[in-house]
Ligand binder design. Structure first.
Ligand code: ADP
Ligand code: MG
Length: 299
């Protein structure tokens, strides 16, 4: 998935680090081959190729990820949506060439018809994009899912103290050496070498951060983030980073992207629809300020 993952085990499991890492690598490799939009042989790419042709039987993993994506589409009133892919490509992400000029309203308008999350048909293990030109991209949710699968594996292997971090999608159990519990440093979106604070990560829960600072394109001297609002067709502005703490990593991953799109204005509305979610938002303005829910325990 084009990024780095780290696995940390508590001291009781030091002699197992190699075999655990190897197992997790296998899980991630398998999921990448199913879920990557970059790989032409993945189930997700196949689904996009079959747009307008016929429903496709997809793997259990792909079905689960797409179903949760659609659920998030409903919760976020269409802000989150795996069918956003054609717009993501239009703006020069996910391997598409960066456009020389800002895309025209007309080209955006044409794609807006193809990116509605409600048009993805999920039924009994099959997925179908009913119109040719539609495409899906589960990049906003797949890393979290991979972390959950690795988390399940660690528990089943009898490991009680561990932390998995897949490019800012983190889930942990137990505690580290000489501490009560795990902590996560939240990176300063305006200065990647600093952290703006630490939050405690209770055993079993997950944290994810979405930021505009790592992946963006520059078109005509302007920076655009890799998260696109499928209702407007434009990259999201106004948010520098969003960190979500919740029950599992796939939800944290999808929600961090969703809250990024919702921004501070939409966050309150979205918070009402999700339960047991803690949130930290850094608006994209200077001087930096933080907005966080009361339950976010500062470590
Ligand atoms: P990161 O955490 O690395 O910043 P995210 O988890 O926030 O990444 O997801 C960003 C990815 O989600 C994009 O690269 C793109 O593939 C996809 N994406 C972009 N816009 C949307 C959207 N509105 N809904 C769902 N997925 C999106
Ligand atoms: Mg995400």
């Amino acid at each position: 998935m084009g990024t780095v993952a780290t696995v940390t085990l508590g001291p009781d499991y030091a002699d197992r680090i190699e075999s655990v890492t190897e197992h997790i690598r296998e899980i991630f490799d398998r999921l990448e081959s199913e879920l990557s939009a970059y790989r032409p042989d993945s189930a997700i790419s196949e689904l996009s190729r079959m747009a307008g042709v016929a429903p496709l039987q997809v793997s259990e993993d792909a079905y689960h990820v797409l179903s949760l994506g659609q659920h998030l589409g409903r919760l976020s009133a269409g802000a989150f949506g795996n069918p956003a892919s054609p717009l993501v490509s239009l703006w020069g992400f996910n391997g598409a060439p960066v456009p020389m000029a800002i895309p025209s309203d007309q080209s955006i308008c044409e794609l807006l018809k193809l990116v509605d999350y409600r048009r993805l048909v999920l039924h009994d293990g099959t997925a179908f994009l009913p119109v040719a030109g539609m495409a899906v991209d589960v990049g906003g949710i797949a890393k979290g899912y991979a972390v959950d699968r690795a988390y399940d594996y660690c528990l089943s292997a009898g490991i009680r103290d561990f932390l998995i971090d897949f490019s800012g999608n983190v889930r942990a159990a137990g505690r580290p050496l000489r501490r009560e519990g795990w902590q996560i440093g939240v990176r300063d979106p305006f200065d990647g070498s600093r952290i703006i604070g630490k939050i405690a990560l209770p055993s079993g829960l997950a944290v994810a951060t979405s930021g505009s600072y790592e992946r963006f394109v520059e078109i005509a001297g302007e920076r655009f983030s890799h998260i696109i609002d499928p209702r407007t067709g434009y990259p999201v502005t106004g948010t520098a980073s969003v960190t979500v703490l919740c029950a599992d990593a796939i939800t944290a991953d999808a929600l961090s992207t969703s809250f990024f799109i919702a921004g501070l204005e939409g966050a309150v509305e979205l918070l009402k629809k999700v339960s047991s979610v803690e949130l930290l938002v850094v608006p994209d303005r200077y001087p930096a300020d933080l907005w966080l829910t009361p339950g976010l325990d500062k470590a």
